[in-house]
Each structure stands twice: as structure tokens, then as C-alpha cells.
Write a protein that binds this ligand. Sequence first.
Ligand code: AHN
Ligand code: ZN
Length: 332
Amino acid sequence: MKNVIWYIVIMSFLISSCGENGKPSSTTKKDKKATKITVPQFNSDSAYLYIKKQVDFGPRVPNTDEHALCAQYLFDKLKMFSDTAIIQSFKTRAFDGTVLNGKNIIGSFNPEKSTRILLCSHWDSRPFADYDPDPDKHRTPIDGANDGGSGTGVLLEIARQLNLLKPNVGVDIIFFDTEDYGPPQDLQGQEDNDSWGLGSQYWARNPHDPDYVARFGILLDMVGAENAKFYMEGFSLMYAPGILKKIWNVGHRLGYADYYIFEQVGYINDDHKYVNEIINIPTIDIIHLDTASASSTFFEHWHTVGDNISVIDKGTLKVVGQTLLTVIYEEK
Ligand code: AHN
Ligand code: ZN
């Protein structure tokens, strides 16, 4: 019995003095690369609420009260979470000559850092449900819960997290305005594609900081519908292939392989095109494209009155939000 007790005492001493690999820990070399990275947990309930808040104002169509009130809400939230927040007000001419009062809403984190990541979405909603199955609705403004609301809601939750735990790099969040005021389908053809993304075109020509540079940018567009598929969008693959693959790989590592598809689909004239071409920041678009859709390459309820809060799925918000947080906090 005594021998057994001594055996246990000696063995437990030996085991406790050994490192993970069985060698005594005193001889284990310090691994310089193994600095522990903490990635916060993205809260999809919070992101959902930020989408619902936007939608509850009513359609955020430029030059309306709903648009003005939502701008104030988004600015107040971003100001709460960021180190500095500004509204960049501008005027821009729509396809039909209407002068739109635009507001790009910008929040910066770690403003002293020279290595920066740009995160963006658009926050306005479309004045025309021109893809609605009911032709009587083709001039009805949409809620844009997914188209506009979702990316902005995800980025507000990211902003809340950035405030709780500082990342190593600087981050700028921009909610672009007047993205979705392109001509309705029955008038398209004579106008060029640059009638979309008016707010990002303005910002790219007049950045809030005249010397603004970022290592890369990520645009979110329609990131809230159930079973979203994020294909590799053409301009993203053309201008920022390395960033696109890095983000898709992070998504796969986190277990989201059903969402991030390693396959190129289309070229979308979205805000990232102007960020790439005018201010030369390599920027990708995480956008829900639907290869099976008959009417468009976009998600089912795109530019219909059906794009309301009922299409928002917290599971998809989590996929996109957690991928972004991982990319941000792993950046050195
Ligand atoms: C065009 O269809 C030319 N651009 C679509 C970009 C967009 C609209 N994203 C959301 N709504
Ligand atoms: Zn749209």
C-alpha cells in the first residue's frame, strides 16, 4: 500500500512538471508566434434589432423625413461606439435630374493607426419596387430590410464590439447614402450604370480625410436573408483577389462553407466598384447572389415590397458578422 501511495505521489509530480508535449516544461522553447488572439462573439440579436430600428422608420428614401430621421439614428449610434463620427452631407443628381440630399455616415476606430480597414454598406432604401411581381407596386418605395438594412445593422453591431475590445488595426465604418436610386427597370437602357452608388462615388472623390488610405475594404450588401449564398463577385475578384480568398477561407474555417462559395458569379455595379476605381482601395463585396433566380441575379425579394423585416435571418447575420470580426481581430 505504501509503495502504491509513493508511486502516485512521484508520478503526479513528474506529470505536473512536464509540458504539453511530455518534455519537462523548463526545456520547452517559448513559441514567439503563439500570441493569443481574442475574437469577440458577434451578437445576431443585437444586429437584428439595429435592422428593425432602421426599417421601423419606414422606407429610407432620400429627401424624405424617414430618411432624415434614420440618418440621425445611425449617426447617434455610430458616435456612441466610435472614437470619431461625422456626417458627410452632399448633393447629387439622380438619373431623372432630382437633386438628392445625401448623407454618408462615417465612424472611425483607433484613428491614430496608419494600418486601416474600411467596412461599408449602404443605408438608403430604394424608391421603386421595380422587380415586384405586382406591376402596380413598381413605383412603391421598399423597406429594404435586406437591401440596405442588413449590412448597416451588421456593421453597427461590429461597431459596438470594436468599442468593447480594441483591435490592433484602425477601422473605418462608412454607411453610404443614395446607393439605390438607380433608374427603374422600365426606364433603364439610355442611362449609364453610374446612376447607382452615388454616395460612394461622392465619398471616393471627396474622402472625409483627403489623405485617406486603407489596407483593404469590405462592402456588405444583402447579408441578412436565410440560406444566403455569397459567390465571388467579379469586380471583387478582379481588384482584390487575395482579400476575397482570405475572407472566404476564414468563413470556411469557422464552419460557414455553405455560405461562402468559391465560384465567380457576375459583375455588380455596387459601391465597392467606385472605392476600387476612384480611390484605389482594394475592396470586395459580400453580396447575396442567386444563380437560380429567374428575374435577377440577386436574392429572391430584391427590389420588391417583400424585402421587409420578415426576410431577415439571424443565422446569416451571425455568419457574416463573425467572419468580419475574425478578419478584423486577426489583422496585425
Ligand atoms: C445594379 O443593378 C446596376 N446595381 C445593383 C447594386 C445594388 C442595388 N445593390 C443593392 N441594390
Ligand atoms: Zn437595391
